[in-house]
Every structure is written in C-alpha cells, then in structure tokens.
Design a protein around this ligand. Structure first.
Ligand code: AAT
Length: 280
C-alpha cells in the first residue's frame, strides 16, 4: 500500500495559515535539551531541518537565505575581519562568510549542540565550512555571549529561530543594545526578521527597536519559498556604512546563486505596504 506522508508546518497557526510538504523519509527525530528536532527528506526541497515543527532550512532553497544574510553586511563593510553568527547551527551562514577573503575569524554561537551535530551528519552541503580553521563553534546562549563581548566584531549576523522560547530574547531593543556594544566602531549587524505580510507587528517592532539604537537602519527582502509568505525580511543596523550606498561596481565576483551586485541594490527597494509597516 502506498502511503503519503505530509509535514504540516503550523508556524502561522494563529493567522490561520499552514504550509505542507510531501515527505519521503524521516531521517532523525530527537527531543534535544531545547527543542523537538527532525531531519526529513522531502519530495521537492530535499533534506530539511525542522525545529519545533517549523522548517528552518532546506537543501533546495537554503542558498537564498544564507547568501543574503551574509553577503549584504559583508559587502557593505569595507574590511570585515571578525564575524559572529548567533544561532545558525546548520553552518550555512558560516559557509558564505568564509567565501570572503578578508575574514580572519568567524564565530558561531549556537545554543543547541544537537543541531550542529545533526547538520554535520545529514546536511553536509550546508554545514561543510564548520570545520574550517577560521571557524570557531561555541555552544551557548547568544544573548549571554553577546553581552560578554565588547567592541570585538565587525559584523554580527542573527540567524535565529522565530521569536518564541529560546529565541525570544534575540528580537528587541535590549539585545540590540548589547549587539551595538559587541560591534567595533564601524560595525554592522543583520537579523532575519520574519514576514511583513503575515506578521507586520513583529517586523515593525524589530525595525523601530533597531532604529532607536543604530544610526543607519534598513530593511531588505528576499524570496525564500519555504518560509511562510515566501517574501522574507531582514533588518540591518549599522554604525557607519549604509548598505544602500555601496558602490556595487566595486563588488568582486563571487560564487553565489542568488546574490549579485544588482540584487544588493534591488533588495532594499520595498513595496509600498512594507514601507508602511516600518514607517519609512
Ligand atoms: N540557517 C537557518 C536556520 C535557522 S536555525 C536558528 C538556530 O538558532 C537554531 O539552531 C536554534 O537552536 C538557534 N537559537 C535559538 N535561540 C538561540 C539563542 N538564544 N542563542 C543561540 N542560538 C539560538 C534560522 C531559521 C529561520 C526560520 C524562519 N522561520
């Protein structure tokens, strides 16, 4: 008897919306110290990392998210040497960061060691750079780590789960103040900040919290098929460099599938309804 297995993701249950994926096989299911973790093989997106029932990354579309969360800040800062990723235990952002020759050290601060171990085993295409000598993997809470480091990072990337439970404190003013202090004097930070279509209040709050702290605050968008709404936001807070004013003719060629110098400019051009969400 043929059996169809579907994963129904309820991230937007409160909004009355769910996404479903046809699943071929469950490769791993584990209750970690922090969350319910699964690695499944899906029909359309290949292997996926699922945390508390929510799709975090997939083999097929991870490039969009990881390229955009990394290359926008790293090509805005003229000479990024030391980079911190908060969350991002799959290693996708680290892989993109280490494509930049100027980077001497990239620290990954992930709270859940089981995520790192599972991604190393089942998602090697994404986690492949975690063993690079320029990468340091630190297992611990990003909120504490950022508080304990001052004036140290040129770029901080907040690659976190959605704003509930362990990740709740990674969205908002108190955390952004600590990020400001953990950055060097011309540092820049970027965070994944959810769907403006379904969660306008979240996007509005995060943007205004960042704007209260950083002299330059901008929102950019990317099309990520497995994140609800498909059209995902990222917030940049910068002490000095404006990501929209980068001279894109000076951006060197890089091995990417989504990011291009033209996309660097275009991703900051926002539809009217999103401008209204953030009051710009
Ligand atoms: N690269 C895309 C994948 C992620 S996963 C985000 C990671 O953040 C998870 O592994 C989770 O364990 C980690 N995390 C959550 N809270 C903390 C914390 N306080 N400190 C450190 N790490 C943390 C992002 C997907 C975005 C999903 C959008 N729907």
């Amino acid at each position: 008897m043929a059996m169809d297995m579907w994963l129904k993701e309820m991230q937007l249950e409160g909004e009355g919306v769910a996404m479903s994926y046809k699943i071929k096989e469950t490769l791993l299911r584990k209750q970690t110290q922090y969350q319910d973790m699964a690695i499944v093989d899906s029909e359309v997106f290949g292997r996926m990392l699922i945390l508390d029932g929510i799709v975090q990354t997939t083999i097929k579309d991870e490039f969009v998210y990881h390229e955009m969360i990394s290359h926008i800040p790293l090509f805005t800062h003229p000479n990024p040497k030391k980079v911190l990723v908060v969350g991002g235990g799959d290693g996708g952002a680290i892989r993109e960061i280490l494509k930049h020759k100027s980077v001497e050290k990239a620290v990954l601060c992930e709270i859940d060691k089981d995520v790192v171990d599972a991604c190393k085993k089942y998602l090697p295409e994404i986690s492949c750079a975690l063993d690079d000598p320029r990468c340091e993997v630190f297992i611990g809470d990003g909120i504490k780590y950022v508080k304990e480091h001052k004036n140290e990072f040129d770029v901080i990337i907040v690659d976190s789960t959605d704003p509930f439970s362990i990740a709740e404190g990674l969205f908002g003013g108190n955390f952004y103040k600590d990020i400001y202090e953990a950055l060097t004097e011309d540092g820049i930070f970027v965070a994944q900040t959810e769907t403006p279509f379904f969660l306008p209040d979240t996007v509005r709050k995060v943007f205004s919290d960042a704007k209260a702290i950083f002299p330059v605050t901008k929102l950019f968008m990317a099309a990520i098929p497995t994140y609800p709404g498909g059209y995902w936001s990222f917030t940049v807070g910068s002490k000095k460099y404006d990501p929209t004013q980068v001279d894109i003719t000076k951006i060197p060629e890089m091995d990417t599938k989504y990011y291009t110098p033209e996309i660097h400019k275009a991703c900051f051009v926002l539809p009217k309804y999103i401008k209204e969400v953030i009051g710009e």
